[in-house]
Design a protein. Structure first.
Length: 307
């Protein structure tokens, strides 16, 4: 009977202890643990500033799980984490330069903690300084008596995403040249009636203002125009863009340019000059031409992408 009573007492004690372990405790109720985790996160920031790969590895649990900004899939283990941040561990003038706390909170569940916070980060790349705001939820566990980061979800804050979408950002030269090559391909594809390519690069929402006529054009009329030009026997001899300016806002790029066209038609050679404003959007890993506005200077025949 005493054994049964003892067993029952131990079972009840274990249940009470387990419940106590899972009871949520706010940050301020455990200041020593709060400060230890806060300092640990600061050491991670400092490791990024110092390009200290050994420190970064030591501050993350072996079975770390989570997402970093831009992650498409779950990052598994500290090796996966180190691979994801590999560029930050090599000595370089680029990378994080400083950070500033904006918000910090935590909730303890025994020897684990959920730690949401916001930080402003200053970075440098190729001599250009930039600032961004990160919104992070870290997951901490006390292993062998010490707090360590066991997981994280790191994202740009809504404020940062809004800023990125509306801020002017020059395209890297390699990306710019790739885009301009794509732009020229659209023009050549129109006159060559490359239907499969045009269907890929011109989305359903396409809006076009051509150099002639009062009505706007859409994807269907542009595709029909390309087909009609090819059926007429017309050929593109030359296309040039003497002047080009590019503006980038988020994933949207405006291309302003002057153009020169030389066409060979059944009626003879036709030369066109004008100005073009073209809008491209980077979506699903490729550039889409979502609209353009052309004019002729001086007025000429209306054959061309804006027909």
């Amino acid at each position: 009977m005493m054994k049964k009573a003892l067993l029952l007492s131990l079972t009840l004690f274990a249940g009470i202890y387990s419940a106590a372990q899972l009871k949520p405790q706010p940050c301020d109720s455990r200041p020593a643990d709060r400060d230890a985790i806060h300092a640990h996160i600061e050491s991670i920031f400092q490791a990024f500033i110092d390009h200290d790969g050994a420190k970064l590895r030591a501050t993350h649990a072996p079975e770390w799980r989570g997402y970093l900004e831009g992650s498409d899939t779950v990052i598994r283990g500290v090796d996966g984490y180190m691979k994801s941040v590999g560029g930050a561990t090599r000595p370089s003038p680029n990378g994080m330069k400083s950070y500033k706390w904006v918000e910090f909170d935590c909730m303890f569940y025994g020897d684990t903690a959920v730690v949401p916070f916001v930080a402003d980060v200053e970075r440098s790349f190729n001599g250009v300084t930039s600032h961004e705001q990160l919104r992070i939820v870290d997951f901490y566990a006390k292993l062998n008596g010490n707090w360590i980061q066991a997981g994280s979800d790191t994202q740009a804050s809504p404020k940062e995403l809004e800023a990125r979408a509306s801020s002017y950002t020059p395209l890297p030269e390699q990306v710019k040249q790739s885009l301009l090559k794509e732009r020229e391909h659209v023009w050549r594809a129109y006159f060559a009636n490359e239907r499969p390519y045009l269907e890929q690069v011109l989305p359903e929402e396409l809006v076009v203002i051509g150099p002639g006529g009062e009505q706007f054009s859409n994807r269907e009329t542009i595709l029909k125009g390309a087909e009609s030009f090819a059926q007429s026997g017309g050929k593109l001899v030359k296309v040039e863009f003497p002047e080009t300016e590019v503006q980038t806002y988020g994933n949207v790029v405006q291309i302003y340019s002057t153009y020169r066209l030389q066409l060979q038609t059944p009626r003879g050679q036709s030369n066109m000059t004008g100005r073009a404003t073209e809008t491209f959007v980077f979506r699903d890993g490729k550039w889409l031409n979502v609209g353009w506005h052309l004019d002729n200077t001086p007025a000429a025949s209306s054959a061309g992408p804006g027909q």
